[in-house]
Ligand binder design. Structure first.
Ligand code: SAM
Length: 224
């Protein structure tokens, strides 16, 4: 292992068997693991019988933490960056960190691995040749609508992340922007026991969810 490398290590989005052999090898070898919620990462590491010093890094403490972690790398430590699930820096903290580490001419090695948006689009059956990922949409209806309208004009498959308590409201905005007949797929609880793909027109999918207890995490895929 080269000296002073930041490894960006994806972790499972539900099914623990989705961690890669390389990810485990790197996590075993690094000096420190930088993570979001230490409780979450301790659970994951103990499952794989790995014990490492952990440093938490999240949006609220990143300004304070960044110089500390860069100092650790400059002193010769190898560090793994993980997030609570999936690929770090994809709708997760990590982008600023990776940028600063590169600015200091420290090597960054990203590992491929689990990522909810890729798993969702592949299973959606909607066009995968070209797509636009919007992360989490803006929360205010007007801003969300504008964001979706801009994406609609790009004329590619659209993907975004959404939480269970906002999904119905967001689908209503999608109906306004794309029309009730547009094809949509909700990918729910990917890789977990209750994994489900809910497919249909926007109206059909709204009907499917109405009057149900909506649980789990969602990826939304739309064909405008
Ligand atoms: N870094 C992660 C990745 O690579 O996909 C994304 C982290 S983001 C904070 C969390 C969001 O990803 C959730 O709100 C949900 O929209 C989506 N997500 C994560 N795991 C998922 C799963 N198992 N099934 C469906 N969506 C999931």
């Amino acid at each position: 292992m080269e000296k002073s490398t930041l490894f960006v290590v994806p972790t499972p989005i539900g099914n623990l068997e989705d961690i890669t052999l390389r990810a485990l090898k790197v996590l075993q070898k690094v000096d420190t693991v930088v993570c979001e919620d230490t409780r979450q990462t301790i659970k994951l590491l103990s499952h794989f019988k790995i014990s490492k010093p952990l440093v938490s890094f999240y949006t609220q403490n990143q300004l304070k933490r960044l110089p500390q972690i860069i100092a650790m790398l400059e002193q010769g430590q190898n560090i793994a960056l993980v997030s609570d699930c999936g690929t770090p820096a994809i709708s997760d903290p990590g982008y600023n960190f990776i940028k600063e580490v590169l600015n200091k001419n420290i090597t960054v090695v990203p590992l491929p691995g689990a990522c909810a948006l890729i798993t969702a689009i592949v299973g959606s059956g909607l066009a995968t040749d070209s797509f636009i990922f919007l992360g989490f949409l803006r929360k205010k209806t007007g801003k969300m609508k504008k964001e979706l309208e801009q994406a609609k004009h790009v004329d590619k498959t659209i993907i975004f992340y959404e939480s269970p308590h906002r999904i119905l409201k967001t689908l209503e905005v999608c109906k306004e922007v794309f029309g009730e007949k547009a094809n949509i797929v909700l990918a729910r609880e990917l890789t977990k026991k209750f994994e489900e793909f809910i497919r249909g027109s926007i109206s059909e999918v709204i009907n499917n969810l109405q009057n149900k207890k909506i649980l789990g995490e969602f990826v939304v895929v739309i064909q405008p």
